[in-house]
Ligand binder design. Sequence first.
Ligand SMILES: Nc1nc2c(c(=O)[nH]1)N[C@H]1C(S)=C(S)[C@@H](COP(=O)(O)OP(=O)(O)OC[C@H]3O[C@@H](n4cnc5c(=O)[nH]c(N)nc54)[C@H](O)[C@@H]3O)O[C@H]1N2
Ligand SMILES: Nc1nc2c(c(=O)[nH]1)N[C@H]1C(S)=C(S)[C@@H](COP(=O)(O)OP(=O)(O)OC[C@H]3O[C@@H](n4cnc5c(=O)[nH]c(N)nc54)[C@H](O)[C@@H]3O)O[C@H]1N2
Ligand SMILES: [Mo]
Length: 904
Amino acid sequence: MAECHPVGFQWVMEAKARGAKVIHVDPRFTRTSAVADTHVPIRAGSDIAFLGAIVNHILSNDLYFADYVKAYTNASHLVGEDFRDVDDLDGVFSGYDPETGKYDTDSWAYEGETEHAATTGPTAHADDQDGDDQDGDDHDGDDHASTAHEGGVSPGGESEQSESSRGAAHELGGHGASVEHQQIQRDETLQHPRCVFQVLKRHFARYTPELVQQACGITPEQFLEVCEAVTANSGRDRTTAWVYSVGWTHHTVAIQYIRTSAIIQLLLGNTGRPGGGIMALRGHASIQGSTDIPTLYNLLPGYLPMPMAGQHDTLAEMAAGIASSSQKGYWANARTYVVNLLKAWWGDAATEDNDFAYDYLPRLTGDHGTYATVMDMLADKIDGYFLVGQNPAVGSAHAKMQRLGLAHLKWLVVRDLNLIESATFWKDAPEIETGELRTADIDTEVFFFPAASHVEKSGSFTQTQRMLQWHHKAVDPPGDCQSDLDFFHRLGVKIRERLADSGDDRDRPVLDLTWDYPVDEHGEVSADAVLREINGFHLGGEKAGQALGSYLEMEDDGSTAGGCWIYTGVYADEVNQAARRKPGRDQSWVAPEWGWAWPANRRILYNRASADPDGKPWSERKAYVWWDEDQQKWVGHDVPDFEPDKPPSYRPPEGATGIAALAGDDPFIMQADGKGWLYAPSGLLDGPMPSHYEPQESPVANPVYRQQSNPTREVFPREDNLQNPSGDEPGAEVYPYVFTTYRLTEHHTAGGMSRWQPYLAELQPEFFCEVSPELARERGLEHLGWATIVSARTAIEARVMVTDRVVPLRMGDRVVHQIGLPYHWGVGNEALVSGDSANDLFGVTLDPNVHIQESKVASCDIRAGRRPRGPALLDFVADYRRRAGITTETGNQRRTPGTEGATS
Ligand SMILES: Nc1nc2c(c(=O)[nH]1)N[C@H]1C(S)=C(S)[C@@H](COP(=O)(O)OP(=O)(O)OC[C@H]3O[C@@H](n4cnc5c(=O)[nH]c(N)nc54)[C@H](O)[C@@H]3O)O[C@H]1N2
Ligand SMILES: Nc1nc2c(c(=O)[nH]1)N[C@H]1C(S)=C(S)[C@@H](COP(=O)(O)OP(=O)(O)OC[C@H]3O[C@@H](n4cnc5c(=O)[nH]c(N)nc54)[C@H](O)[C@@H]3O)O[C@H]1N2
Ligand SMILES: [Mo]
């Protein structure tokens, strides 16, 4: 966090100055560890074992916050009789199909339930006057998901889809999936053997301090020190926060990492309370914004799912796919949000009679994430591609596959600040040197457009806390540089001019767009006007022309328009609320007048949980929102995340649905049962509880189950995506080391913004690898000398940095060495500094829920000296593969051979 989020890290340091204890869990000692109270070195890819053991510690020592757990979580809910845990089935849960590598999740449901998620999508969301709660907090810090570069949350779910689209459509994000909540059977004593509490206890029983040593390389003493700190700093008076980013998300079990920490936070009562929660640190400056108003292929603004061809042919079908009329909360109004979006895009052309131009929306036909797309490029299914602020030739896992894919395109548009490697691959990619690509044979026509940077344009950033902050243009962009807004606006104008005389139906969506933004004297669109359209306005009635104050003012009859319902309110009273900069000293400590946070300017989600079931703060010290008996409403420091006048004593009448079905002590209003989920009866594709599986490539055999890695991970057995053998497989010893990737403060991601800057390039001029003195001795590596690092895909070279910042990990009877690789360099001729890309070492293997790639951990060999050049590099890598006996089958069997029910 100190390296990558230095501005936010200030507050960690402020907290530390006031007595907070800071613990850093990371494979490497970094600038964060340097100022933390404790650094816990961990084997990359083993955090579920570590976090799971904390769960076990809490449960077996009765350290949970009992009042919170009983009232606010699903601990008492009974799980159905058909459920079987991984311990019973040799490493998989019930419902696993070894043929398809997928779960039928019916048996995970609560007693007397049938899973509902597959057909109903997002679930209950309740709230009243004050706006809604679209939880965007629980998703990953910032994932390089194949759905886009930054993963996101999305409601919606479809049943019976093709294999590749299934994960895509199943993303439920922070909402949890639907269940028929009213008939849930409970055991308030938490004693029933099938109540969630007992199921959880049994599941995590084998996650002991000894297992932590074996799986993570952490001593029992250090592990217990962490357990004691976390539990001592939780309860009525104190809270603990977990902070993560891509060290947790770039894994084939990424979602389950976050789930494990959510379980800890629920058991300790650390959710919905000040100083608690799970903080997902996001990546690029407005990447939260890019999931809210998504660059993700499967989402529309405000987490509305993209319609699927054949399943959502009408607006009614699409709306029904998001929410059923019998379910709880504000998602029941999904149709309204879609209608407002359609009105914002197609204005007068969107009418009641034509389903508000619903047919103009594109439809999905499958997985169109970046990894699926690059494989389609290689299959010559894609002609053209836009790269707008993205450098996949360096930044994406298996960067070589990306470059080879780009070479199959007919045309490529790159809009960037600099001539990045993704724009120049046709002349300087490493494959030119090896002979795999020949410039003369590449037909791709590349159009490069220089982009304006953030200081050269106005606009909003939505940051990690869902807060929109406005930035004003400081200087004009130089030369031909142009903002993306200006580019796309002008492109739209030009295309519409070209099509103006067209009578073709397929051109109507473009011609009917509202493309009438006010422009300045240079013809440039005002970003402010776009924000106002996103906020929405009244089209008819007395208020015609006025900005909407909250999404509750949205109508579903076409009399209002709004581009992203969760952002409604950011332009309330015709004021750009995101531009507010009232100093902290002039307002309360929650600082509601600094920027604007969605939804409804609420700063902490689920904050009803900051009060006890009776509506009183758990303690004075941690008071946040509470029920005011005299005023008969919820009051406090923040906008309450609850119906403002629903008393704590409220109990839903028989048969209630929607918001009315939420009891006065159901704080988790996004969940179908109003409770925090210790156990997920539906909504996830890889298990109702987290289990430790090894990474796709690991020299270590899974110490917990015979099943080696996530049995539902997405594998791509292709000649151009070969995998190292792992665990007990023959050949695993050829790639005996673990490597992990990370960032340096001095560089940004794939380097487009830093390797062209003289100051930054000079500070970190060369690609390097961090190794321990012990590994250096074992492999004859010399500090500042060269090393070659090899995987089944390729070999790269790096300068050696011998440092005790990476320590060999003692795991039972073996020692595991880890190698650290910053991933900022790439091969090309344009940047001030270049070097091999760490991403060339990776293959493509994805998590099943959100298609995120495993780019934080894999296995490799390392040896002293530079790598071979030219075609000799290919022979060198092939020789390793031969020694390891690698075929396309290697590492790509979802069910580990030798386990019960495995197929070959
Ligand atoms: N200066 C700078 N700031 C940045 C960026 C940048 O490139 N440069 N990038 C921005 C972006 S896009 C993002 S997404 C964020 C990312 O922010 P971070 O996630 O903080 O960045 P990383 O350095 O990639 O990864 C964090 C740490 O995860 C550790 N790690 C790797 N594998 C594991 C594991 O299995 N378990 C655990 N516990 N730790 C592991 C690494 O050693 C590393 O120290 O930063 C943003 N901020
Ligand atoms: N091995 C490994 N791989 C990773 C990661 C990792 O931790 N390990 N992290 C992943 C993550 S989290 C991320 S976010 C990706 C990042 O990977 P990419 O997004 O592919 O790489 P960036 O270098 O961030 O590319 C952003 C580009 O946008 C340009 N740019 C900046 N501002 C503007 C603008 O206003 N307009 C336009 N048009 N362009 C602009 C910059 O010059 C830069 O070239 O890498 C991912 N890859
Ligand atoms: Mo990121």
